[in-house]
Design a binder for this molecule. Sequence first.
Ligand code: MN
Ligand code: MN
Length: 475
Amino acid sequence: QKCVIKSEKGAKGKHMKRKNAWEKYNENERKEIFRFCEDYRKFISECKTERECVEALTAKAEANGYRNLNDVITSGEKLQAGDKVYAVNMKKMLALFQIGTEAFENGMNILGGHIDSPRLDLKQNPLYESDSLALLETHYYGGVKKYQWVARPMALHGIVVKKDGTSINVSIGEKDDEPVVGVSDLLIHLAAKQMDKKGARVVEGEDLNILIGSIPLEGEETEPVKANILKILKEKYDMEEADFQSAELEAVPAGPARDYGLDSSMIIGYGQDDRVCSYPSAEAMFAVKDPARTCVCLLVDKEEIGSVGATGMHSRFFENTVAEVMNCMGAYSELGVRRALGRSCVLSSDVSAAFDPNYPSVMEKNNCAYFCKGLTFNKYTGARGKSGSNDANPEYIAKLRNILDAKEISYQTSELGKVDEGGGGTIAYILANYGMEVIDSGIAVQNMHAPYEVTSKVDIYEARRAYEAFLLEMK
Ligand code: MN
Ligand code: MN
């Protein structure tokens, strides 16, 4: 309320110039930024699938005093202000609740994000032998430039569920002593025809086959290399070829995220869309104490393919969970649930495109996101005349400005590229269907949807601060 961004006081024509957020911080404060981002770097190095994110964040939630909502329901215990619970949907979607002192039906402050990322999924019948090599068929997930996913070390993550219900966790290619796999690319020497193709066809979807073996099994006449891979899978995971049918295996870039830039001011790593928003959202939840309004962090799956399915934002999971939480408080009614949803405020966090000096032509410089300028707000996303977008209300944006300026938290406003240059979508419009106040917010990313995406550490830190301020102060 009292403080305005310093640069806004500037002379005419300069008032929207945003300060570089690093300039706000002294040496000690910068150490804290690096410390927080080192935890984030480790998180995205270890959690590369939605399941791994849910597992790690659930453990962290429990360590921070959150209890499984199912246990509360079973015990018949009554929830009250200050209580913290979590709900997991099919191991791929997570909702954290911290009950506020105000009536639940006055609405929640919700941080939303997604934990699925583009990758190569194995098909249901993936394994085959061709010309004495064993390969795996894939179907890419989400929007990718397919030519970026070849000629690089990949790891396999996921689960195999056997007919008796036993579930086997698979992770190959992350430890130093483990092999990696990958998709080959055509050598430049023979690529004259390939290089003339349009970018979308340089590497075709059906050619994203993963090479996984070349040693034949001794004494095996037919497909001996494939037989040898099956033998290894049997020994390592006790799985048969048919078990691939009930498996969910994802090929992702192998290895940890790294500090980026000689000043280590950025992070390069896989799947930062949208774990770079999801992680600080969860961390802000863990930091919040005694909120007035009930605080929620909702991390969803399937955003990259349209938020569909039981674990996507379109599912009824969140609505049903709100009803369960209110019921555990003795505050359930059909109308109460509708009011709680309709009176909620949301920061729907998803990454935005960072201005890239290598590709300035797709950006309109007055309305695009930059590294080091803090949390990015997109009033609307969409494409071709804002189509498909949630368009946040100015009344709501004014409240956000007020909260963030008072704490000198850096933020910026942006569009995803120039008008008619392309576009994007998030989960914002789905939550907005309940009548909530929703705005797209998030962290600027370079190389979005590439195997390695780049973010700015100070932006991650500012987002974390902004999320906490929002949880505590939005009303
Ligand atoms: Mn995305
Ligand atoms: Mn995203």
